[in-house]
Ligand binder design. Structure first.
Ligand code: AHR
Length: 577
């Protein structure tokens, strides 16, 4: 490998190059990055009609001791369903309640991770026709191991109207498969709604699961694209992610059923929280919004929107930008302020849809969004779904989206994908790439090596490729909707697949200098070399990557150099299998 380290051979890599793409898929957010422990906290997952399915809530007791049903009686307008619990047994008389009481429990998302010494905040809304004594407890999966308990004791007059109750529970033992129980031994009728349980020690206190965020910060992402993917589209528009339904007080959010990945989200992780996460990661937010088209190519659902009626969607996007960036006294900016963020978010990238190019209304709709956004926010970089890598686009854009899911050998060869792309026109954003299928399974070294080769190609072509992110980012091991993924987790554990670790090899690349390299070999190998200045010690380092042999050399370039050669110390060895 010959590395030409002359200053003239070096090309600056954009400081935006490597980032992450978060999609609500595989329970990545609900039951994952978002630290809410209760699943279906508002009893809304079964839909707006009654009787409604309250899954995964279940009953403690039997038919002779209690009945539960759903009613449209909540105090929250946008999520009317509440749980009615009629307790038939009592602490004395002929129908005596069992010792632990009767009631309901929520197992969370495949078990709640309760840890000894940690404090959990439980918030719920309750009302009753009489006095109540309700135990709120964290227990093992069969309800027997008591990890923490607090009681809600209230007189009939205190509780006649919906009342918010907040409790702090400190766990006295650890169990990664716990549940939350609401039980009583007193006869009467009690209504519950919006039951939340969260650990107090979320990342920056912002509601994110710390261990998972730390895996993200280790990637040093320069941007975060969110919230999808197909998640923003929906099979039906009524099931798409619409940002306005995800902001404001969490208890008032309606939640929605994501009909592409087929699960309910309470939308605790909403538009505000995504922007907050970007800020916490020191990454640029890239917001993908629905443009009035749907996920399924060729299916003409009734609710597709054509250009003549797309203006409400355009206004929705403009309002979303005002929410993120507007003055504190603007209509939507003031809601951001009320949520605790007076400063604007640094939102400078938006994508008009996801994988929608070619759908019949896309181009027409896109143009309406493009001109309205450019007029109101000229500095915003607009991303089109149409691939501009092989031909000139027929519409204006700053960046075009490029997705690739393929075999290992094909992705390896796509290291040269952008070698001959026109350098004029919009930049490329490889916002989803991965080896999939049998080469990858649920994650493999072969897949990671091919991805490493592809990223070397991206690095070398970073004069035209401005951004790249792997997909999908997360999978809850209990809900594998898509394989492979970068980070696998359950309620208490997590690990990176080889595809995650290959991204770690590129953490220094964004903003570095890529050098000209020549490989003197007949075999199909690929390598790149970058130099960068470390902000901690101001030294210049050289990193050579050859993914085929998992070779990463990091060399400190010292002061000793003559006109032709740099001398350095090899700081790291080739990783050997
Ligand atoms: O990453 C999984 C899915 O793949 C995304 O939702 C979609 O954009 C792509 O088809």
């Amino acid at each position: 490998l010959v590395v030409n380290a002359s200053e003239s051979s070096g090309k600056p890599i954009p400081d935006t190059l490597f980032g992450i793409f978060f999609e609500e898929i595989n329970h990545a957010g609900a039951g994952g990055l978002w630290a809410e422990l209760v699943s279906n906290r508002g009893f809304e997952a079964g839909g707006p009609n009654v009787p409604s399915n309250i899954d995964p809530w279940s009953i403690v007791g039997n038919e002779s001791s209690l009945t539960v049903s759903t009613e449209r009686s909540s105090c929250f307008e946008r999520n009317k369903i509440a749980l009615k619990m009629e307790v038939l047994c009592d602490s004395d008389g002929t129908n005596i309640c069992p010792d632990g009481g009767v009631g309901v429990y929520n197992p969370g998302f495949w078990g709640m991770n309760i840890q000894k010494g940690k404090t959990y905040k439980v918030v719920l809304y309750v009302r009753s026709s009489g006095a109540i004594n309700v135990s709120v407890s964290l227990t093992g999966s069969n309800g027997l191991q008591n990890l923490a308990t607090a009681n809600i004791i209230a007189s009939a007059s205190d509780i006649a109207n919906w009342t918010k109750v907040e409790l702090l529970l400190e766990a006295k033992a650890t169990n990664p498969n716990s549940r939350l129980q609401l039980t009583t031994t007193r006869k009467g009728v009690i209504w519950f709604d919006q039951v939340s349980a969260m650990p107090l020690d979320t990342y920056n206190g912002h509601g994110f699961r710390s261990d998972l965020v730390e895996m993200l910060t280790d990637l040093k992402p320069q941007f975060i694209r969110f919230p999808g993917g197909c998640f923003v589209e929906g099979e039906w528009l009524r099931n798409a992610f619409r940002w306005k339904a995800t902001v404001g007080p969490w208890e008032e959010r309606p939640g929605h059923f994501g009909d592409v990945w087929m699960y309910w989200t309470d939308d605790g992780l909403g538009y505000f929280e995504f922007l907050q996460l970007a800020e916490d990661l020191d990454a640029r937010p890239v917001w993908v919004f629905n443009n009035g088209t749907l996920q399924m190519l060729g299916v003409s659902h009734n609710d597709q929107v054509d250009p003549s009626s797309v203006m409400p969607f355009v206004q929705e996007a403009l309002d979303g930008l005002e929410f993120a960036r507007g003055d504190p006294d603007s209509t939507w900016g003031s809601i951001r302020v009320a949520m605790g963020h007076p400063e604007p978010f640094d939102l400078r990238y938006v994508a008009i849809g996801n994988e929608d190019c070619g759908k019949k209304n896309y181009r027409g709709n896109y143009l309406k969004f493009y001109s309205a956004i450019k007029q109101a926010y000229p500095d915003i970089q607009i991303i089109t779904n149409c691939d501009g890598s092989t031909h000139q686009l027929d519409h204006p854009s700053d960046i075009y989206d490029f997705h690739v899911y393929t075999s290992a050998s094909d992705l390896f060869s796509q290291a040269h994908k952008f070698d001959h792309t026109s350098r004029n026109g919009p930049k490329a954003f490889v916002s989803e790439y991965a080896v999939t299928g049998k080469d990858a399974g649920r994650g493999s070294l072969l897949a990671a090596l091919a991805e490493g080769a592809f990223l070397i190609g991206v690095e070398k072509n970073s004069d035209i490729v401005k951004m790249a992110s792997y997909a999908p980012l997360f999978v809850n091991a209990n809900d594998r909707r898509w394989n492979p993924d970068a980070i696998v987790f359950n309620s208490s554990q997590s690990y990176g697949t080889p595809s995650y670790w290959v991204q770690r090899f590129f953490t220094e690349s964004s903003g570095a200098t890529v050098l000209d390299t020549t490989l003197q070999t007949n075999t199909s190998l690929i390598a790149s070399a970058i130099t960068w200045q470390d902000s901690n010690d101001s030294k210049t380092y050289l990193r050579i990557k050859m993914p085929q042999c998992m070779c990463i050399y990091v060399i400190y370039i010292g002061a000793m150099m003559d006109s032709k050669r740099y001398y350095g110390d090899i700081l790291s060895d080739c990783y050997q299998e």
